[in-house]
Each structure stands twice: as C-alpha cells, then as structure tokens.
Design a protein around this ligand. Sequence first.
Ligand SMILES: [Zn+2]
Length: 327
Amino acid sequence: MSDGPQVGFYLHPASPLHDTGWGHPEHQGRLRALASTVGKDLLTLHGHVTQEEPGEATEDDLLRVHTKAHVERIRAACARAVDEDRVVPVDTDTKASPATWEAVLGSSGAAIQACDAVAEGRLRRAFVATRPPGHHATPDRAMGFCLANHVAVAARWLQAAGHAERVLVVDWDVHHGNGTQDIFYEDPAVFFLSVHQSPHYPGTGGADETGRGAGEGSTLNVPLPGGVSLERYRSSFTQALDRAWDAARPDFVLVSSGFDCLAGDPLGDFPLEPADLHAMTGEVVERAEASCDGRVVVLLEGGYAPARLGAGSVAVIRALADLDPPD
Ligand SMILES: [Zn+2]
C-alpha cells in the first residue's frame, strides 16, 4: 500500500463498444485485451492504482480544439450510424458506429477528469484508455482511426480551467501525431514532442517542422527509420525529452502513448519492449517530479497487437505508480 493519492485508471464503458469491424486493426478487442491484462496485474497494482468512473466531455470541450463544422460532421456521422444501426465511414480508414459518439465524448471526458483529479491532487498521476484514438484528428478532419483529439482537448481544458499555462505533450506512438501538431503549431504554450517512424503514415513530422509564428520552436519532431536499433531509439528519445523539457518548461505533462512502437506491432517497425516503455515513462515522471509536482497523465493512442498493448499498458501504469516493471 502507498500513502497518499493513487494513480487513476480511466476507461469509459462506451469505448470498447466503438465498432470498426473485426477486419479493422483498431478493433474492439484492443481495449478488452488492455482491461484484462491490467486486471490480471491487480495483485501488484492494488493499493497503488484506482479505477475511476469517467463521465462525458461536452461539445464545448471539443470546440476548444476542433471547428464547429468538424464537430457537427462527426456527430452527424455517429447519429447516422445509430439511425441505420451500422458502421458508417467517416474517412477512408476512420469509422463511426452506434456507440462512437458516446465513446468519443467519454474518452475526451475521461482525459479531462484525469487532468482535473491530478491537477487538484486527488490522484497522483493517471492512465486513460481512450478509444477511438485521437492524435491524428486535426482541427477540421477525422483521419487515421481518430475523430476527436483527446490529448489536445485535455491540454486546452487544463489551460481553460486555470490548472496549467504551459503543457508538454510527449507522443511516442509509432505514427506522427499530425493532428496534435496542427492544433498547436502556432501556439507557444503547448509544446509538442513526437518520436515516430519515418517514412510512414501519415507522411508528416519531418525534423524541419518546428512550429510557426509565435509557436516557432515549440514543436520537436524526431523521425526515425523503421528497424532503428533500440540503443539509437532510446538515446534519441532521452535527448529529445531533455530538449523539449528545457524549451517547454511545463506545468503539466500529457503523454500520447501509442503501443504500436512495441516490437511486433502489425503497423510499425520499432524495437521497443514493455520494459522500455516502463523506463521511458519513468524518465517523464522523474522530470515532472523535479519541475511540475509530478503531474503526468498518459493517454492511449494506437497499438494493434492486443496482447502487446496489454503488456505495454501494465508497464506504463506500473511506472506511473513507481512500481517495478513486470517480469
Ligand atoms: Zn499509431
């Protein structure tokens, strides 16, 4: 048992019901695998991690990040999925099903509530199992399985609520978080660090993309080739994290944790193991402890090998709770 606030685990009940079809890589089994693997680790997590019941975000929360036209478009697609009781395409690889609107609002809502609880000290840190994922959603476009950008919604909410002026978003999904980059590209108050495979989907995230206008210098992209060595990945990550931290001087840190950076993912070619994600989470937590009261909230993005997604999540959650990595 630990003294003081625990680490929160959030998973909105609508998120596993978001239906893309079983042939789709971002399928319903992902969250079932995640929840069951975390459940099997309860003997260790008990007393350190607490499950929280999330509510939904409001449309106003989404509108801090997305255009009115975008929110209306995705809401209409979700409403059509309900009316016709089927899966409706939103973009070439992005779908809406009858449970999707609730899953989108529930995931953004969970991210907001996690940030609120951590900012107010009720929780120490938090892990939010969002689904559908968010980091490819731009202000005006759903793409790459993402409809609303939960990490961006959380960052903007932290600022609107007066909990943070400066936010650092660390994105280690194997794909570049183009949506998050777009949203904050001209904003000096939200620093975006992405370490991703390149060349790869969605084709953005070059090292020369560093922000624009007042936001110049507040985006840091670290593109690495598929098949990169573990040693090079880990040293690149640590160096980039130091650079980002110095430039961002964050009050609050959000992590876009895609587990498709793990070896064996069908949509990526990076060499990481769950123990690496445990160590990388530890690097984030250590810096946060030194500079912003340890305020870190981790959000799920991609990860398409369900068993690896589960193992990776346990590793990250254990690191958030200052527990040893799994064997
Ligand atoms: Zn991804």
